[in-house]
Design a protein. Structure first.
Length: 563
């Protein structure tokens, strides 16, 4: 006995072909039936309107009223009625007196006999239509009165036989069936061609195989950690994977919603709504730095947009630290160069026999360098901030800008909690100082002033400069990515303050900009501390009127390490 084999499921293309063929046949049959009923009714209504128009035209003709006044109305009315009948396409035009006695009829033998039909409403002055079986068979007829000086002197009836109306409908139905048959044949051919292409596109796979492929596609899509976002032609979300939801910080059902409704930052929303491709653009959300790439889906017109998102928050932070280290390296190189110059000066003084002057020169340089390091460390004893300030002081000095730490600064080592990692402090203070040095460079008495201290609940960082300041109209725009008063460099500008704002927001702090006492800009950051900490005594023991770093001084590297 042969084993029982289950039938192989038909391909999706074959199922679609059969379904469409049946659907087209049902639609054509239904439309034909509807058209037959509708056309019959419409043909009857059209015949009634035509008969009414003919009857009224005859009743309103002056020649008809004149003929009725004569002794033999039939002699003049019969030729006229036959002429109207031929010209208008009706089957009969009967003119009669008020008693219903015919003056005219298509069959002359019936003239003088009583009209078969209703006339009571017409005798009351009303025109009406009816379907009635007369001498010519069933017909749709209209009856209207003939008035002469306000008096009804006769009646007119014009009609079209029901047989003629049915012939018209049959002709229309025959034409409709011909068109429907042609449409069915054309639809079948078109369906066959489309399904043949579909079979090629699906490689002959059936619905089960396509469903399995979809499941693999969904699993692979959501396994990718990078963000993937697909928008339709109206910039509504058509697809978003788990990585995209996480990177954009969106929750709930977003499929079908416009990008403008997702609550994203304005620059990022503008990039997603643009029809132009974007390549490796850096954008900031509330907590992340994203690299955005967009590519429009084109096919003769804009059909949608594919968006990929990469999280470079950690990378951007590391780049900031690397930039700081690079700045320290450049400062060390500059210090080494000047140290060599000083050493040559000392050697030259010794060779000239001026030993005392050589010792005095070397001692003064060492004391100055040590004093600068001691001033910074005394004001800000936190190692990361102290090292950052010493490095930024050297960089600022290279650009002709004096960096000053105010006397009311005071942050001891170990005071800051673990919730404020050194990386975030470097991001905030480093970018604020870089921005201030950019603004102050080239101004008269170029100077940047830094204040850093803690109180019972906040860490306060204030950086002022002697630059041109910030227009109050731009107080909000200055923190947006890409905003800058400087020309764009190779790496672009306008990201530093945006990163500062993002970091401050992540720690639920505040960031403000105002006018500095010297006319420049003053940026102030206040970061909440999780525990109440005592105010350190560093501000009370800081030497001198202020821990200023004069333009001609350079810190020693060994002191930075000891700090």
């Amino acid at each position: 006995m042969r084993p029982l084999r289950l039938p192989t499921p038909r391909s999706l293309a074959g199922q679609l072909f059969a379904m469409q063929a049946v659907l087209i046949a049902v639609l054509v049959a239904g439309y034909a039936l509807f058209s037959y009923v509708s056309d019959s009714r419409q043909a009857t209504d059209a015949a009634a309107r035509q008969a009414t128009a003919v009857a009224r035209s005859v009743a309103d003709a002056p020649s008809v009223r004149a003929a009725i006044r004569t002794a033999d109305p039939t002699a003049r009315l019969q030729p006229y009625a036959l002429q109207v009948q031929r010209d208008t396409g009706v089957d009969f035009v009967t003119i009669m007196n008020t008693k219903g006695i015919r003056w005219t009829h298509p069959n002359p033998d019936l003239i003088g006999e009583k009209f078969l039909g209703h006339t009571a409403r017409a005798l009351k002055g009303e025109s009406f239509t009816e379907t009635y079986k007369g001498t010519l068979g069933p017909s749709v007829r209209a009856v209207t009165p003939i008035r002469d000086g306000g008096r009804i002197v006769g009646l007119v009836s014009a009609g079209i036989k029901v047989e003629a109306i049915s012939a018209r409908v049959r002709g229309q139905l025959t034409a409709l069936l011909g068109v429907a048959g042609g449409a069915l044949a054309l639809g079948a051919v078109g369906t066959y061609v489309i399904n043949a292409r579909l079979r090629r596109s699906t490689h002959g796979m059936n619905a089960t195989e396509l469903s399995r492929m979809h499941d693999y596609h969904q699993a692979a899509l959501h396994a990718v950690r990078e963000g993937l976002l697909m928008l339709d032609s109206s910039f509504r979300v058509a697809l978003i994977n788990d990585g995209g939801r996480e990177l954009l910080g969106v929750d709930g059902e977003v499929i079908g919603r416009s990008v403008a409704e997702l609550g994203l930052p304005a620059p990022l929303t503008g990039a997603l709504l643009s029809s132009q491709p974007r390549v490796d653009e850096v954008h900031l959300t509330a907590r992340r730095v994203l690299v955005v790439n967009t590519s429009p889906v084109l096919g003769g017109q804009h059909r949608g947009t594919v968006v990929t998102l990469r999280d470079v928050t950690e990378l951007q932070s590391l780049m900031g630290e690397l930039d700081s280290e690079r700045g320290f390296t450049l400062a060390l190189r500059s210090q080494a160069h000047e140290a060599a110059n000083r050493l040559h000066t000392v050697v030259s003084l010794i060779e000239l026999g001026r030993g005392e002057e050589a010792v005095e020169f070397a001692t003064a340089e060492l004391e100055l360098a040590q004093a600068l390091t001691d001033q910074v460390v005394a004001a800000v004893n936190e190692p990361v901030l102290a090292a950052l300030l010493l490095g930024k002081a050297a960089q600022a000095n290279e650009r002709g800008v004096e960096l000053e730490v105010t006397e009311d600064s005071g942050i001891d080592d170990g005071l800051l909690p673990d919730s404020l990692p050194p990386r975030d402090l470097v991001t905030v203070l480093g970018n604020l100082i870089d921005n201030a040095v950019d603004a102050a460079q080239g101004s008269a008495g170029a100077r940047v002033t830094v204040t850093a201290y803690t109180d019972a609940a906040f860490l306060t960082l204030r950086v002022t400069d002697t630059g041109a300041g910030v227009d109050p109209a731009h107080a909000e725009a200055v923190f947006q990515r890409g905003w800058s008063t400087k020309p764009s460099g190779p790496g672009g500008r306008g990201l530093g303050l945006a990163l500062v704002k993002q970091t401050v927001a992540r720690h639920e702090g505040t960031l403000t900009v105002s006018e500095a006492p010297d006319g420049g800009a003053a940026f102030e950051v206040r970061l909440p501390l999780p525990t109440v900490a005592p105010v350190p005594p560093a501000a009370a023991t800081a030497p001198g009127p202020g821990a200023a770093l004069p333009a001609g001084a350079r810190p020693e590297v060994t002191e930075v390490t000891d700090a």
